[in-house]
Design a protein around this ligand. Structure first.
Ligand SMILES: Cc1cc2nc3c(=O)[nH]c(=O)nc-3n(C[C@H](O)[C@H](O)[C@H](O)COP(=O)(O)OP(=O)(O)OC[C@H]3O[C@@H](n4cnc5c(N)ncnc54)[C@H](O)[C@@H]3O)c2cc1C
Ligand SMILES: NC(=O)c1ccc[n+]([C@@H]2O[C@H](COP(=O)([O-])OP(=O)(O)OC[C@H]3O[C@@H](n4cnc5c(N)ncnc54)[C@H](O)[C@@H]3O)[C@@H](O)[C@H]2O)c1
Length: 443
């Protein structure tokens, strides 16, 4: 670093797009700063993955009991308040833990909102900080419908902190957040109505599996309104009203706007310094470098083809650590990145997409997992997968619907990422019985 800068590397945002890389970077002796305007650790631990999965755990238990209903006798109810309390207990220590890890490794943590003054200078809390390199890792914020009464709707953060479970919930959109929260709220006893933008939920996932999840939720009492065309929200003394289609309305107690998430690129001073961005995020090259040479981007805020998920953000911040510390000098080379929607059953996938044109040249094997003896132990009723092989019988893609889909797909990752041949696969011995053994037994 030229002596004139306060930091070698200054990160804006403290989520996974930052801390997984900033911690080891500071340990190499580089002077590292992290600016955060909200909770240390960003969305995933505080308002996303960790919080959500804690709320989901009783749903997993409820489904497991239900599957073994002829064997177990229990009328399992979810106590919403206790569930939220438990979630808070689990996630409360995380920002402190992450902050301690940052500070112990030598990172200077600055609480405040960062804004570019020039390409080496950030204004924060009436102060300025200078750095040789700056990383924009500001993540996303909830999209809000631009309609009358939009202030009556809430976002996923509000939902996860509800002290009382609303009797009737309207969810706008049918993507990740909508489907996961519809699953949780329905299992906890709320009457959920999903207002769809079009006629297909979870466009990222294999349609026949998504339809199975939707049908199952419908049987459990969730209503799906296709092409809902929500036009406004109003309120009465007791409730909120969703106005949709041609003059139809539905009274509910809580409206969750889950119509997507948009990059935090405004109010950063990007135009002033010439960092290019668009509605999908900050534009970067193969080195995660923006249009300004010393400014990089990491995590969800990047405009990219990779899924905007925590594992991607971790991979990017770790890549930047390797780049900044001189361990590598090549462009980022993404591994296959798996994704899952934590509905019940889950849908998970990795590698070549079953819907993609690419998959047409491959062999696709369909497995009805209900027939697998190990899955029969848990009596999973909705359990299927599609395995995609190339001409040399190397596994290149998987998509699965089942209560164990995330573990099954995780276990198969090495076969795809390392292009294992059938004889390599035969060398791998798995704990038996286990989901890994069951999944690898199919390839
Ligand atoms: C409800 C929900 C559930 C999710 N569940 C999953 C899941 O199960 N699995 C999964 O892989 N992913 C999940 N995600 C996505 C995951 O949370 C993100 O991919 C991940 O957090 C991205 O990390 P990031 O560092 O890029 O952004 P973030 O974690 O959003 O961090 C960005 C940080 O920058 C800060 N910031 C913004 N602007 C400024 C500024 N000007 N100055 C200072 N600080 C600023 C923000 O306050 C924020 O803390 C979920 C997301 C949501 C919303
Ligand atoms: N399990 C996970 O990994 C997980 C879970 C939750 C969130 N996430 C991350 O958070 C991101 C945001 O999740 P999300 O569910 O908000 O987004 P999403 O993109 O998955 O879904 C948005 C939904 O809103 C609908 N929509 C868009 N515009 C609309 C409009 N004008 N009116 C009505 N509906 C509209 C879309 O059709 C879609 O159904 C995800 O893309 C993902 O990166 C991941």
């Amino acid at each position: 670093m030229t002596k004139t800068y306060d930091y070698d590397v200054l990160y804006i945002g403290s989520g996974h797009g930052t801390f997984d890389g900033a911690i080891p970077l500071a340990k190499t002796g580089k002077k590292v700063g992290v600016i955060e305007t909200d909770m240390i650790g960003g969305t995933c631990p505080n308002y996303g993955c960790n919080a959500k999965i804690a709320l989901d755990e009783p749903v997993v238990l409820k489904r497991a009991v239900e599957s073994l209903t002829s064997i177990t006798t229990a009328d399992l109810q979810i106590d919403w308040q206790q569930n939220v309390n438990n979630k808070s207990r689990i996630i409360k220590p995380l920002p402190v833990m992450i902050s301690n890890l940052l500070v112990k490794s030598g990172v200077e943590v600055i609480n405040g909102y960062g804004k570019f003054i020039d390409n080496h200078t950030i204004a924060v809390n009436d102060d300025v900080k200078t750095a040789d390199k700056i990383v924009i890792a500001t993540g996303l914020h909830p999209h809000r419908l631009e309609i009358l009464g939009k202030e009556l709707a809430h976002d996923s953060r509000d939902f996860m902190s509800l002290e009382e479970l609303p009797e009737k919930i309207a969810i706008i959109g049918s993507g990740y957040i909508s489907m996961e929260f519809a699953t949780i709220a329905n299992a906890a006893g709320s009457k959920v109505t999903v207002f769809m933008h079009g006629n297909q939920a979870l466009r990222q996932f294999y349609t026949p599996y998504v339809n199975q999840v939707v049908n199952d939720l419908e049987k459990r009492g969730v209503s799906f309104i296709q092409n809902a065309n929500v036009s406004s929200f109003t309120k009465t003394d007791q409730s909120k009203v969703v106005h949709y289609a041609d003059g139809q309305e539905l009274e509910v107690d809580f409206i969750l706007d889950a119509s997507g998430r948009v990059p935090n690129v405004d109010n950063l001073g990007l135009d002033k310094i010439g960092v290019k961005y668009n509605k999908n995020g900050v534009e970067v090259n193969g080195f995660l470098q923006t249009t300004i040479e010393n400014i990089y981007a990491s995590g969800d805020v990047i405009d990219k083809n990779q899924p905007k998920l925590t594992p991607t953000a971790i991979f990017e911040s770790t890549y930047l650590f390797n780049l900044f510390s001189g361990k590598i000098s090549s462009e980022i080379h993404y591994p296959v990145i798996p994704s899952v929607v934590f509905t019940s059953p889950r849908i998970a996938k990795v590698g070549v997409d079953i819907d993609s044109k690419e998959s047409e040249v491959y062999e696709i094997r369909e497995n009805d997992l209900k027939n697998d003896w190990y899955r029969q132990v848990a009596n999973d009723k909705l359990a299927q997968n599609r395995l995609i092989f190339d001409q040399r019988h190397h596994l290149v893609g998987v998509t699965e619907i089942s209560e164990q889909a995330e573990n099954s797909v995780n276990s198969l990752l090495p076969a795809i990422e390392f292009k294992l041949s059938p004889s390599d696969v035969n060398r791998l011995v798995h704990i038996f019985p286990s989901i890994g053994a069951a999944s690898w037994g199919q390839i």
